[in-house]
Design a protein around this ligand. Structure first.
Ligand code: DLL
Length: 436
């Protein structure tokens, strides 16, 4: 089913005319309301009036995650706080996290786009949706929740964790759809089986999975473990949250980007030049309807391709392929985004620890694990005379700080001074062994 038939199936030329009008408005608006954009545009020698066609956007400067951090928390908002009704933040970040704000109308648009996603998955008001995306600052929980309500479905606000209870609810409430990260879906299937529950015979028909990379192999595994259709949903907090794009049941080959609200470009991450459809590159988003926190040419760092070929479902919106990687070093550990530099910041706050560390990421059964190997300083080694208790305390402190500041559960291993590899060029501190 198509939730918003009119806007999701607009002929391309009509869609592009609408995009241009909205783009011109938003570029004017940010230039006059957000100091950051005024400076950035002036420095690049461009003016809002320069947007005469969609292609003119390519002359405008990019916005990066660093720009968001530099303007933490509310520096890029384009409306006064009195118009902001909700704040959310990207996960796993301390201090300089990215904070996003929404006006009432922004929440309204987001709810509609999430409702479009559920409809694309074949859901309607008769469905019961088990929402196991985390509620809180993370956009997954509330984003999916409002969309499910907008659709008129019955939503179960489970949030993440408490797996046994989730399995009980899945049995007792009989939801027909589930939303969570793909790795958590596998985890639920596995724990359910361990509890002796026949997970293939639940009422579930469809799963809406995203927030982390996954493969067709994982899709097959989830579909057969839960006996459902597994669909991909994509989004990022900065641009809105979940529901920026969604696979339809017809195509199952790429996610339609809701282009009446977002302009999408694909660029060469090295040179920044715009690439044609079909080529692999980094996604760049411009929000053309957001009020509180509009973004111009935001570099997502997500690598994929765009496919403009018409889809059997009738939607005219371009499809993006699954995310194939990132053009930065961000890791997603059990749905929590974390940069090695943030782990480093936590480590360096602890006395007796050297700035030499290695991160080993693995997927054990269905769960991501991260081990942090870090060198003890020689000074501490000498002072403690290698006493085990001192090292154990330090390990405990690091585990706690990683949880408190970054929201990740890490295994910490203290290693001897000078035992980790040293780098001559760019340090490569992450060993990612996950076969996704
Ligand atoms: O993960 C929003 C979301 C919630 C999407 C629930 C889907 C479902 P962030 O925490 O800001 O927002 O993380 C955004 O997660 O740039 C991608 O690298 C990654 N990501 C999101 N969806 C997918 C997906 C939410 N379907 C970052 N496949 C993005 C691969 C994804 N990666």
């Amino acid at each position: 089913m198509i939730y918003n038939e009119e806007f999701e199936t607009l002929p391309r030329e009509v869609l592009e005319a609408l995009q241009l009008k909205r783009l011109q408005q938003v570029v004017q608006r940010v230039y006059h309301t957000v100091g950051f954009y005024r400076t950035a545009f002036d420095e690049a020698g461009v003016k809002p009036d320069d947007i005469k066609s969609l292609a003119d956007l390519a002359r405008f400067p990019f916005t990066t995650k660093q720009d968001l951090r530099d303007n933490y928390p509310f520096g890029l908002f384009a409306v006064p706080m009195s118009s902001v009704v909700r704040l959310q933040a990207s996960s796993g970040t301390t201090g300089r996290s990215t904070v996003v704000g929404y006006t009432k109308r922004d929440i309204d648009v987001w709810s509609e786009l999430m409702a479009r996603c559920f409809a694309a998955a074949g859901l309607n008001k008769n469905d019961i949706i088990h929402n196991a995306y985390g509620y809180g600052l993370f956009t997954g929980g509330l984003g999916a929740h409002y969309g499910a309500e907008r659709l008129g479905a019955s939503v179960i606000p489970m949030s993440g964790g408490n797996t046994k209870r989730q399995i009980m609810i899945l049995q007792d409430f009989g939801p027909t759809a589930i939303c969570c990260t793909p790795s958590y879906a596998l985890n639920l299937a596995e724990q359910g089986r361990a509890m002796g529950v026949d997970m293939r015979n639940l009422k579930l028909r469809v799963g809406i999975f995203g927030a982390e990379p996954w493969s067709d192999k994982m899709r097959d595994d989830i579909e057969s473990a839960l006996n459902i259709t597994a669909l991909n949903i994509y989004g990022l907090s900065e641009v809105m949250g979940p529901g920026v794009s969604m696979e339809c049941t017809e195509g199952r080959s790429g996610m339609h980007v809701f282009e009446d609200h977002f302009l999408i470009e694909i660029i060469d991450p090295e040179t920044g030049s715009v690439l044609p459809y079909g080529e692999k590159g980094e996604l760049v988003f411009t929000t053309i309807t957001k009020e509180a926190f509009p973004l111009i040419r935001f570099r997502s760092r997500d690598i994929t391709t765009l496919n403009i070929a018409p889809c059997r479902c009738g939607r005219t919106h371009v499809r993006m392929d699954r995310v194939m990687g990132r053009s930065d070093d961000m890791l997603i550990i059990r749905g929590v985004n974390v940069f090695p530099s943030q782990i480093e910041a936590v480590l360096l706050n602890i006395e007796g620890v050297e700035p030499h560390y290695q991160l080993i990421v693995e997927r054990v059964d269905t769960l991501d694990t991260i081990e942090v190997q870090v060198e003890v300083s020689e000074k501490l080694m000498d002072e403690s005379e290698g006493e085990v208790r001192v090292l154990q305390n330090m390990e405990r402190r690091i585990v706690k700080d990683m949880k408190d500041y970054l929201g990740i559960s890490a295994k910490v291993k203290m290693v001897e001074p000078k035992s980790l590899q040293r780098f001559e060029g760019k340090a490569s501190r992450v060993i990612d062994k996950r076969q996704i």
